[in-house]
Write a protein that binds this ligand. Structure first.
Ligand code: NAD
Ligand code: LMR
Length: 337
């Protein structure tokens, strides 16, 4: 009897799940150091019913076979090579892009430009042709150049919607939250620091004066903490000693970002993420600030709020590098065929 009741409950559950269509998410670069753990985390989301893994690596069907044995309800599909990208992004709701090479010690993110921007552009072109309504998050570096390059390609296809294109800077927020929690003995999950600007060295501007809960640091500690947040990517690159950059913390941050997009599409109110987006908040045409996400992407840009004098100096230092990264990306996008 008990087992009959259990079986009925399980079957009802199965029917409920299979009849309820959730969202489709596509991970481009899904077989990589970020892509695999990101896909592992997304496979656990009840909001996602279809998870498409796209990569050029021959291991991709194996990654998908592996993920598909997890007893969660989403279907996972494998798409290898540019010819199969259309299927991966068809009818998708969210595309998240960690495709491209990572840094080695001694390299800047801008050193990845030549290899990674064309990888991102090839992917964006197909998204623009097949699923222009998807929300798209770019993880691949250099993020500061990849987003403007992607925007130019979408403009050429007449499908650019600035509300739907995001540079993923979530890892900067995740790191700031964690580092502050360590210094102040706080629960890291209770800490929230907005990080504005871009995603490279001095363009990463943590607004510690706006941290929740409020925290205070002596000036020398604040300077060191800010530097650590700005150089945290390099800290991981050096620790991995040639074997790549942050993958696990990035997968965690990428899953947070992607899940926020899904929650917003499904109608949850008050979904806010910091992200590198087209912007009029400063003189920089793309700039990261907290934005409110809704069903169709960005609904409101919350801007920077009040900056401390220290943060105003950080902003001043960030703008020239941002301008040059953005111009380089936009020029590439304009000339991309
Ligand atoms: P990785 O080399 O481990 O994985 C990259 C994956 O991309 C591989 O599976 C590779 O096959 C795939 N790929 C390469 N060219 C492709 C193409 N043309 N189409 C589809 N897939 C392709 O690298 P990783 O550690 O996962 O890092 C990926 C990118 O993410 C790097 O550019 C890195 O700098 C960036 N990153 C960004 C952040 C951030 O905060 N935004 C954080 C960490 C890493
Ligand atoms: C990071 O911040 O960890 C990434 O941008 C990867 C890198 O090259 O530092």
């Amino acid at each position: 009897m008990f087992s009959k009741v259990c079986k009925n409950i399980i079957n009802q559950g199965a029917r409920q799940y299979s009849s309820k269509k959730g969202l489709k998410v596509t991970v481009c670069g899904g077989s990589g150091g970020i892509g695999q753990p990101l896909s592992l985390l997304l496979k656990q989301s009840p909001l996602i019913t279809d998870l498409a893994i796209y990569d050029i690596a021959p291991v991709t069907p194996g990654v998908v076979a592996d993920l598909s044995h997890m007893d969660t309800n989403s279907n996972v599909t494998s798409h290898v090579g540019l010819d199969n990208l259309k299927d991966a992004v068809a009818d998708t709701d969210v595309v998240i892009i960690p495709a491209g090479i990572p840094r080695k010690p001694g390299m800047t993110r801008d050193d990845l430009f030549n290899t990674n921007i064309s990888i991102v552009c090839d992917i964006i072109k197909v998204i623009g042709q097949v699923s222009p309504h998807a929300l798209v998050g770019i993880i691949s570096n250099p993020v500061n150049s990849a987003v403007p390059a992607a925007a130019e390609i979408l403009k050429k296809l007449n499908v650019y919607d600035p509300k739907r294109l995001f540079g993923v800077t979530t890892l900067d927020i995740v790191r700031s939250n964690r580092f502050i929690a360590e210094l102040k003995c706080l629960n890291a999950t209770d800490v929230n620091v907005p990080v504005i600007g871009g995603h490279s060295g001095p363009t990463i501007i943590p607004l510690i004066s706006q941290c929740t809960p409020q925290v205070k640091f002596d000036h020398d500690v604040l300077v060191k903490l800010t530097k650590r947040i700005q150089e945290a990517g390099t800290e991981v690159v050096q620790a991995k000693a040639g074997a790549g950059s942050a993958t696990l913390s990035m997968a965690y941050a990428g899953a947070k970002f992607t899940t926020s997009m899904c929650r917003a599409i499904l109608g949850e109110p008050n979904v806010v993420e910091c992200s590198f987006v087209e912007s009029t908040v400063t003189d920089s045409p793309y700039f990261s600030t907290p934005v409110l996400i809704g069903k169709n992407g960005i609904e409101k840009n919350f801007g920077m709020g009040n900056l401390s004098d220290f943060e105003k100096e950080l902003l001043k230092a960030a703008l020239p590098e941002l301008a040059s990264n953005i111009k380089k990306g936009a020029d590439f996008g304009k000339n991309y065929k």
